[in-house]
Each structure stands twice: as C-alpha cells, then as structure tokens.
Design a protein around this ligand. Structure first.
Ligand SMILES: *Cc1c(COP(=O)(O)O)cnc(C)c1O
Length: 367
C-alpha cells in the first residue's frame, strides 16, 4: 500500500536547507522562544496580512487560547459545525463553554450561515468557522451575522493555510484565526505546532501571556495559563517550508483539477465557492458507492480515508450535549458518503490518472 500522504517526498526536496537550519538551532542551544519563533511570527504576519501572530504548541491549543483570550467560559455558548475534526469541539469544552451545532452546506461541507441565526440565544458568545478540507467558509455572511448579534468570530484555519477569499487570506477574516502545523497540514512541521493570528494588539498580548504560564514577566503570574509555546526547531523548519507554501498549494490545486476533470460526472467532486481559493488540504469526493470505491482502491494499493465517519454531535464524548441521530441530516449524510483520495504536492500525476481510472471502472461495473 502506498502512503496516503508521502511526507518523505517533501522532505527529500528540501533536506539540505532543513538540516542546516536544525543544525544552527542545535549549535545556538536556544530552544524556546528565540529568534526563529520571532521571525516566523513576523513572516506569518506579512504573509497573511495581519497585525499580530503568536506561535503556540498546536492547533488545538490555538483554538483553546483564542477562546480564553476572548473570556469565553462557563455559561457561554459557541456555535460551530458538526463536520470537523474533534479538536474544534474539545477547545470549546476545555474553557467550560457549550458547543452548539449548526448543519453544513451541501456544496462546501462548511457551516451553513443561513442556519446560524435560529441557534443564537442570549448565551451565544462566538462562532467558530472551520474551513474544512481547505475550502473557505462563507466569512462574509458569518461576519455579518456576528456583527448583528455582537458575537466574536474565530476561524479554525487548521486545514487552510494559504486559502483566500478574493485577495484576503483565510485566518485574517475574523477576530482571531487559528492554524495547526501538524505534519500532514498544508504547512506542516516535524512535530506539533500552531499559531494564532489577529489584528487586535490587546488579544495578542493576552495570548502571549497565556501561552507562557500566564506570565507577563519572569516569575510573575497574573493568571493561570498554559505551557503552549511553538519551539525553535519547529519554527525553523516552518520558516524553510514557508518559502514553498504557494508552490505546494498550487500543486495541490493542479492535481485536484485533474481528479475533478475525470470524476465530476460519476461522483460529487469538491466545489470552489465564487471568489474563493481552495487549497485542497483534502480532496474529498462524495458517493453512495463510497465503501465499494474504497475497497477497490485498497485492492489496487491506493489508500483512501474517510474524513470524518462520525459527525461531532454523535460522538460518544459529547453525549452530554444531548444531540441525537437526525439532528443534522446533511452532516450525517456526508459522513456516510465522503471519501478523501490521496492528494499532496508531490503526488505523481500518473497516480492521479490511475486512481481516477480505478474509480471510473469501479462505478461502471456497478451501474
Ligand atoms: C488538525 C486540526 C486541528 C487541531 O490541530 P492540532 O495541531 O493537531 O492540535 C483543529 N481543527 C481542525 C479542523 C484540524 O484539522
């Protein structure tokens, strides 16, 4: 079986630069909150067009600290999508707030802004918009609703580094943007890492203190924080990879376009919303024959993965929220029919052709 994402293929192309950078950091023996984190934060600010960026230990911590910095906690409700990775929801529960789900759009698999208003109560404090699979959520509409009701908006941009709406980068379109640098993300390090971006100098200052044990200065602690720092080696690796992110995303888009060309008549292929630049963290097709396609690809040695088989409102850990099957019909149907095909910048085009042909033949035989 081939790998679903070949991280080695990326590494070998930039190996010299990476080893040089790691070696310099080891020689400097400055491992926490040094020059590389500072410079990486600057580079991310420039790239995304935001005023502030704070490196943290993971995407999950980014979401957690974002909610903390907005003083969201017990008694508060946070509206989000049931079709996401579990960390989005964990962060809400960590701060003691209650996740409130809203069903997704058929076209993008992102939260459906038209269904948000009916879920707003006097306790609603924020909306977390997730750009699932790298596809920009409808930020214009979400921000409009937030403004009308005085809510904060957080972008979970873990899957969408480099995505855009018009010429504005995802992550820069709300009060706070959260990114993950988990190795398989579009911009990934060689371990865990994350960053929080915002245009608010006050929020950034709060987050800087929270990520470092609630400490504004040596051995002074004004609040209970976390140990959640992006480390120097990961920041150094990310600075190398940042130089290639546009190229990586373009390569993803190119391969996605080939899949779509072959498959759009036989399965539901991903849609790119008007004015959006989708970065295809995952290339996910939707089909009633999902399980048969998956098995056929397996037989030919091509892996495919179901992201995500169980929507959040039906997860065991979240039973206490009281949701039941049938509450979010679109998210539930998508979970039963979605399948992500191999897609990474270095994926040989020949394999994109082969995978497409296997799916076409499989569906012919089945019809
Ligand atoms: C990966 C991911 C996260 C969590 O990021 P980590 O760095 O793994 O903690 C959060 N939300 C979404 C949508 C993700 O894909």
């Amino acid at each position: 079986m081939r790998p679903f994402i070949d991280l080695k293929a990326q590494y070998v192309n930039i190996k010299e630069e990476i080893l040089k950078c790691i070696n310099e950091i080891l020689e400097s023996s400055h491992y926490i909150l040094g020059e590389n984190v500072k410079r990486f934060e600057e580079e991310v600010k420039t790239y995304l067009g935001v005023k502030e960026a704070v490196g943290v230990a993971s995407g999950t911590d980014a979401l957690h600290l974002a909610l903390r910095s907005l003083n969201i906690g017990k008694g508060d409700e946070v509206i989000t999508t049931p079709f996401t990775f579990f960390a989005t929801i964990e962060a809400i529960v960590y701060v003691g707030a209650k996740p409130v789900f809203v069903d997704i759009e058929e076209e993008t698999y992102n939260i459906d802004p038209h269904k948000i208003e009916e879920k707003i109560t006097p306790n609603t404090k924020a909306i977390i918009a997730v750009h699932i699979f790298g596809c920009p959520a409808n930020m214009e509409k979400i921000n409009e609703i937030a403004k009308k009701y005085g809510l904060k908006v957080i972008e979970d941009a873990a899957q969408a580094f480099g995505a855009k709406i018009k010429d504005r980068k995802i992550g820069s379109l709300a009060d706070i943007g959260c990114f993950s640098f988990y190795p398989s993300k579009n911009l990934g390090c060689f371990g865990d890492g994350g960053i929080i971006v915002t245009n608010s100098i006050d929020l950034a200052e709060k987050i800087r203190i929270l990520r470092n044990h609630g400490s504004p200065g040596r051995y002074i602690h004004d609040t209970i924080g976390l140990n959640s720092r992006l480390d120097e080696i990961q920041a150094g690796i990310l600075r190398v990879k940042m130089k290639y992110i546009e190229q990586y995303n373009e390569l993803r888009r190119k391969k996605a376009a080939i899949y779509t060309k072959f498959l759009s008549d036989v399965v539901i292929t991903p849609k790119e919303p008007l004015n959006a630049y989708h970065v295809y963290h995952l290339y996910s097709i939707r089909s009633k024959e999902r399980d048969i396609i998956k098995e056929m690809l397996d037989n030919y040695g091509f892996p495919s993965v179901v992201y995500y088989p169980i929507p959040m409102h039906l997860q065991g850990a979240l039973k206490f929220l009281g949701y039941k099957e049938g509450d979010f019909p679109i998210a539930e149907a998508v979970s039963k029919e979605i399948l992500s095909l191999p897609l990474y910048p270095e994926l040989p085009e020949e394999e994109v052709f082969q995978i497409s042909q296997i799916i076409l033949r499989c569906l012919q035989k089945n019809s």
